[in-house]
Design a protein around this ligand. Structure first.
Ligand SMILES: NC(=O)c1ccc[n+]([C@@H]2O[C@H](COP(=O)([O-])OP(=O)(O)OC[C@H]3O[C@@H](n4cnc5c(N)ncnc54)[C@H](OP(=O)(O)O)[C@@H]3O)[C@@H](O)[C@H]2O)c1
Length: 262
């Protein structure tokens, strides 16, 4: 195989698959959706704001991708099974689930409101769990394989002050990844996570606009830069592809060396 053939094989690694990507309207989810379209996947995109989803979808349709949009607030976890029924009736069988949507709330732990705690945990942890159930049920019933990739965090492995709900939810998402991986390996459903380091997105705007925090990230990250959303895509495509068929229960950090550094 020539080098160009090889790269075109890699670039169409998700041909024939349908991927559901949450949080796809901006930031890391948008970059993943763009990479998945280039890799040949049919896409189902979820986010709350229809117009934002549709603008991503139109951009990807213009490049030849088939894209379905489902505006939905995933913190309303009880409604997810019904949402999933609509998705499969419109888009058909889903083979890949990428749980990206997440949020943070920053105040000292001592005054953290219970309502905000519940909101963060519902979106960052409970929604990925319920979506995983909905995704796995028909695949298990029909004996078909699937891939789940959860977007974890450095806070899956380490902690910083002022974000107790985020840290607890991302830590638990790492263990949920392992729990589902060991239970569903028998059904050929691989469950892995990707842990981004510090990436410049809307979510981290308060951090990268703070000169003190920005300096700390640059000093603490061996690669001496913030991640750009495109930096995450290769790891997620890989874990969603048949190249990762024997990989499950792993958390792959894409962090410019942050976690390896003391
Ligand atoms: N950026 C980083 O440095 C970093 C680092 C580690 C981990 N992560 C994780 O990566 C994921 C994406 O982060 P990001 O930086 O790309 O964030 P972002 O720019 O804030 O994007 C979040 C995405 O999730 C959607 N979303 C938010 N709340 C939602 C809800 N209730 N229901 C459905 N969709 C919702 C947003 O669309 P709508 O607003 O239209 O709903 C948007 O598409 C998160 O899980 C985050 O924890 C990010």
């Amino acid at each position: 195989m020539t080098a160009s053939n090889e790269s075109s094989t890699i670039s169409r690694a998700l041909e024939g698959r349908t991927a559901l990507i949450t949080g796809a309207s901006r930031g890391l989810g948008r970059a993943i959706a763009t990479g998945f379209a280039a890799a040949g996947a049919k896409l189902v995109l979820i986010g709350r704001v229809r117009s934002n989803l549709e603008s991503v979808a139109q951009e990807l349709r213009d490049k030849g991708a088939e894209v379905h949009c489902f505006p939905y607030d995933l913190s309303k976890v009880e409604g997810i099974p019904e949402l999933y029924e609509w998705i499969t009736s419109a888009a058909g069988e889903v083979n890949i689930l990428i749980n990206v949507a997440g949020k943070n709330f920053r105040v000292p732990a001592i005054e953290f409101p219970l309502e905000e705690w519940r909101g963060v945990v519902d979106l960052n942890l409970t929604a990925p769990f319920v979506l995983s159930q909905c995704f796995a049920r028909p695949l298990i019933r029909e004996g078909k394989p699937g891939k789940i990739v959860n977007i974890a965090s450095l806070m899956t492995a380490a902690a910083r002050p002022m974000i107790p709900a985020y840290t607890a939810s991302k830590g638990a998402l790492g263990m949920l990844t392992k729990a589902l991986a060991v239970e569903w390996a028998q059904y050929r459903i691989n469950v892995n996570a990707v842990g981004p380091g510090y990436f410049k997105t809307e979510l981290t705007r308060p951090l990268h606009q703070d000169p003190v925090f920005d300096k700390w990230v640059l000093e603490r990250t061996p690669m001496k830069r913030w991640g750009e959303p495109g930096d995450l895509v290769g790891a997620v495509v890989f874990l969603s592809s048949s190249a990762a068929d024997f990989i499950t229960g792993q958390i792959l950090y894409v962090d410019g060396g942050w976690l390896a550094n003391v």
